[in-house]
Design a protein around this ligand. Structure first.
Ligand SMILES: [Zn+2]
Length: 94
């Protein structure tokens, strides 16, 4: 699913967290609106990326408030899209 990241300072040098938010619309003057807030957004965002709903990396997590705004069908469609690359091709002449 398309997401934009926010770096959140942790309590140690390696404790920074990357929070993935669902972006709303395009970046306007270095400001990215996000789904979890009507007023706040990300200044100078790092850009949008296609991020799997199940994150493997440590120190990264989804913004749960953003995810709550995403219709279930869209989130599930995103999971299915993740698997498309692993599907075997259909046999020829089927
Ligand atoms: Zn958010």
């Amino acid at each position: 699913m398309i997401a934009t990241s926010e770096r959140v300072r942790g309590s140690g040098p390696d404790a920074d967290l990357l929070i993935w938010h669902v972006p709303v619309g395009a970046v306007v003057e270095d400001f990215q609106a996000i789904a979890c807030s009507d007023e706040e957004g990300l200044a100078v965002p790092s850009g949008q990326r296609d991020v799997p709903l199940r994150l493997d990396a440590t120190g990264e997590s989804w913004c749960l408030r953003c995810l709550a705004t995403v219709p279930r069908s869209r989130a599930e469609g995103s999971i299915r899209a993740d698997r498309v690359g692993h599907r075997k091709p259909a046999p020829e002449g089927a």
